[in-house]
Structure formats: structure tokens, C-alpha cells
Design a protein around this ligand. Structure first.
Ligand code: UDP
Ligand code: MG
Length: 160
């Protein structure tokens, strides 16, 4: 547990963040992107995308046996989503904190779900739950050519 925590505090990771169809329909795209930008993470992939059924099922394959799975797939494919790759030291766990608990009524105020949503089935945003899943999900949602390598001008003012 401890070595993993220490590693996540010093290692550059990538996470897959997705604004779900309700976030797009409600006009929350700018607000949500702003939270990750302001925190100081680096955007390395971004697109608006209509998710096909098979991709949604692959993305959420670990939840296949859950009773809510069919409704989850229906939700994720119900309109365009915004797919993003974000990079940074400890970004996977930090993004999950910025997003807040799965149930928006239990999510802390100040988090995306805590501030902007009321129901688990309409919780506006997805974030990878481990660095391994971050890699897996970015490979699933993006072509290699859609992920950019670049150095933000502000980098030396964020990382000592
Ligand atoms: N979900 C749902 N009902 C539940 C649990 C989850 O509709 O009882 C949906 C919800 O959109 C959630 C997604 O399934 O964000 C994935 O569930 P997970 O437990 O991985 O939550 P997350 O990692 O998104 O917080
Ligand atoms: Mg999850």
C-alpha cells in the first residue's frame, strides 16, 4: 500500500477522463475541462465522440454481471461523450478525488459530481481507477495518432 502511494506521488501517469452524455447535453464540457486544467494536469488527448455499443461494453466489461449494466450501456451510448487523456504526477488518484464519489449525493461539495450531479446513473464524468486501467482505456478510446506529446509553457511553474 505505502510504496504504491509513494510511487503515485512521484510518477507521471496518464488517466482516461470522459464527460458522459449528460455532461455534454447539460453544457458542462467547459466547466469540467477547466477543473483539470486549473489543477495543473496536462491534456494529451481530446475528442467529441459517439460511442458505439461494443466499445461501451468493452470499457465497462468488469461490470457486465451487474444489474445496472444494460442501463449503463444505454446511458453511455445515448449521445456524444468527450474523451480525454490527462497526464501528470499522481493524476489517476487525484482525478478520482476531483471527480468525487460514484453517487453524486455522497460526493463532497467541491468535486465535479458533488457540485454538478444528483444521481449515480447520471454522474457526468468517468475517471480511470488505476494507472493500468488508465493505459488500457486510453488505448481503447484513442488511436495512437490522437494522443499528443507536448510541453506546456507553464510546466516549470508547476513542477519543481
Ligand atoms: N453505475 C450505476 N449504478 C450503480 C453503480 C454504477 O449506474 O449502482 C454506473 C455509474 O455511471 C458509474 C459507472 O456505472 O459511474 C461505473 O461504476 P463504478 O463503480 O466503476 O463507478 P466510478 O468508477 O465511475 O465512480
Ligand atoms: Mg469505475
Amino acid at each position: 500500500f505505502l510504496p504504491h502511494l509513494v510511487a503515485s506521488m512521484t510518477q507521471v501517469e496518464t488517466t482516461y477522463i470522459m464527460i458522459k452524455p449528460d455532461g455534454v447535453q447539460r453544457g458542462l464540457v467547459g466547466e469540467i475541462i477547466t477543473r483539470f486544467e486549473k489543477k495543473g494536469f496536462k491534456l494529451s488527448g481530446l475528442k467529441l465522440f459517439q460511442c458505439p455499443q461494443d466499445l461501451a461494453e468493452e470499457h465497462y466489461k468488469d461490470l457486465k454481471s451487474k444489474p445496472f449494466f444494460p442501463k449503463l450501456i444505454e446511458y453511455i451510448t445515448s449521445g456524444p461523450v468527450v474523451c480525454m487523456a490527462w497526464e501528470g504526477i499522481g493524476v489517476v488518484a487525484s482525478a478520482r478525488k476531483l471527480i468525487g464519489s460514484t453517487n453524486p449525493l455522497q460526493a463532497e461539495p467541491g468535486t465535479i459530481r458533488g457540485d454538478l450531479a444528483v444521481q449515480t446513473g447520471r454522474n457526468v464524468v468517468h475517471g480511470s481507477d488505476s494507472p493500468e486501467n488508465g493505459q488500457r482505456e486510453i488505448a481503447l478510446w484513442f488511436k495512437e495518432s490522437e494522443v499528443c506529446e507536448w510541453t506546456p509553457a507553464q510546466a516549470p511553474w508547476l513542477i519543481e
